[in-house]
Design a protein. Structure first.
Length: 443
């Protein structure tokens, strides 16, 4: 018979104590997801899923063993205890992740909406149908693709026998549509995604109109001339680049030789107008949480401040190696990862950035990030699209060209940071930025 998590944890700790496992710690996550997709007036896909996972860690002598389960029943308790004992007996390394008591203080942060939790599936399906209907009634040049609505809820629970007792629940909803525009032998794709914590955040009209405008704006696209070109990078596109290369700011990667930022704290690694922040306490941030997966209190910190590398991101293990303290970025499984990670916005509007650039490229989309970017060296070469800019004004769409550069150098080449910070369905966000130049391979 399944138990609730509190009852199950208490039973596991009793069994662990009887088996000589002390201290012991349970980490538990449960997730619920919903998805509905519409195409041409028909419900094409509908799914609801739930997932539960639990890990027990415990010290057996001088070693810490681990065991996991997806069932909270009596039989699983015995399996978990045996698993920890066996795991501990097989460990040969002296590098052990400690089980520790709670920190003195944890901040309060909210990214959970009770109102969203109460929205019925029928309302979400109706939203997907509304987006689809608006797309079907669009400009004759528009051929709609799929319209979808997704929602998710996750709870993370962490408790140990040293007094740690933490839990955090978050949820969100997003809606998305895409389309193909065709005219005079030219074709272009468009999309629009909105996300948030209530139905008002995913307005059907805004999504449909945004997708249509994106597709139509790209019709008749030409090619950029090859050469080094000044570039304004759209915020969402800059966020894609930052997300791809975010691992260079992980102390774990640095200590393994997988980042060129190892040992460079205190050095200038970016333009003075670049401040890069990791903020797990952001109100309504997608990755906000008052504690990390090790139970360490999280805090807001500038990874880069006015161009200077202030810190890498640490869990307790990497912090111990570096002779510092954790930054609260343990992501489970020994990983280190950012939370809400973004370049702090400046004060200049996009039009101002384009005016400063004069002639150049407004880069709105890149593809092939997994194949065309080296997350260690920082090099990238990506198929792109955007708009050619003359005298600070957009003059025509351009596509089917590549932009190439190096992420480390890109940070140094930022000339100005825009005010339009955006998070496009990801906890990694950016405003638009003006950079002195990227290599363009076009016509």
């Amino acid at each position: 018979m399944e138990m609730n998590i509190s009852t199950f944890a208490a039973r596991v700790f009793e069994a662990a104590k009887a088996a000589g496992i002390a201290p012991a710690e349970i980490s538990y996550s449960s997730s619920e997801s919903f998805g509905a997709s519409m195409r041409a007036g028909a419900l094409e896909d509908y799914n609801v899923s739930e997932r539960v996972s639990l890990m027990l860690r415990g010290r057996v002598g001088e070693r810490i063993g681990t065991s996991s389960t997806q069932a909270l029943d009596e039989e699983s308790i015995d399996l978990l205890i045996r698993g920890v004992m066996e795991s501990a007996s097989l460990i040969e390394t002296d590098e052990q992740d400690d089980i520790l008591p709670p920190d003195d203080h944890y901040e309060t942060v909210c990214n959970y909406s009770e109102a969203l939790d109460a929205v019925p599936a029928e309302a979400k399906i109706a939203l997907a149908a509304d987006i689809d209907r608006r797309m079907q009634a669009a400009d004759a040049r528009i051929k709609p693709n799929m319209s979808m609505v997704r929602s998710a809820k996750e709870t993370f629970f962490l408790r140990n026998t040293l007094g740690l007792d933490l839990s955090h629940t978050s949820n969100m909803i997003y809606a998305y549509t895409s389309a193909l525009a065709k005219e005079d032998g030219h074709a272009a794709t468009g999309f629009k995604l909105l996300w948030g914590y209530g139905m008002d955040d995913v307005n059907a009209e805004t999504i449909a109109v945004g997708c249509q405008e994106d597709a139509l704006s790209q019709l008749g696209a030409g090619r950029m001339k090859s050469g080094m070109t000044p570039v304004v990078i759209r915020g969402g596109t800059m966020a894609d680049l930052l997300s791809t290369f975010s691992g260079v700011f992980s102390a774990d990667n640095a200590q393994k030789g997988l980042s060129l930022l190892a040992g460079r704290e205190g050095e200038t690694i970016a333009s003075s107008c670049v401040t890069l922040t990791d903020d797990p306490l952001m109100p309504w941030g997608m990755a906000s949480s008052p504690f990390d997966h090790e139970g360490a209190a999280t805090r807001t910190k500038n990874v880069i401040e006015n161009g200077v590398l202030r810190t890498l991101l640490h869990n307790r293990k990497t912090a111990k190696k570096a002779g510092t303290v954790t930054t609260g970025n343990a992501a489970g499984g020994g990983r280190v990862a950012p939370s809400n990670f973004f370049i702090v916005p400046g004060t200049e509007a996009l039009d101002s950035l384009l005016a400063q650039m004069g002639d150049g490229l407004y880069l709105t989309d890149v593809s092939g990030l997994h194949a065309g970017a080296n997350p260690i060296s920082g090099d990238f070469s990506l198929l792109s699209r955007g708009f050619e800019v003359k005298d600070g004004k957009i003059v025509r769409p351009v596509e089917q060209f590549t932009v190439a550069g190096n992420f480390y150098q890109l940070l140094k080449d930022v000339l100005a940071v825009g005010s339009d910070l955006v998070f496009e369905g990801s906890p990694v966000g950016c405003p638009s930025v003006l950079v002195s130049g990227l290599s363009v391979a076009g016509e």
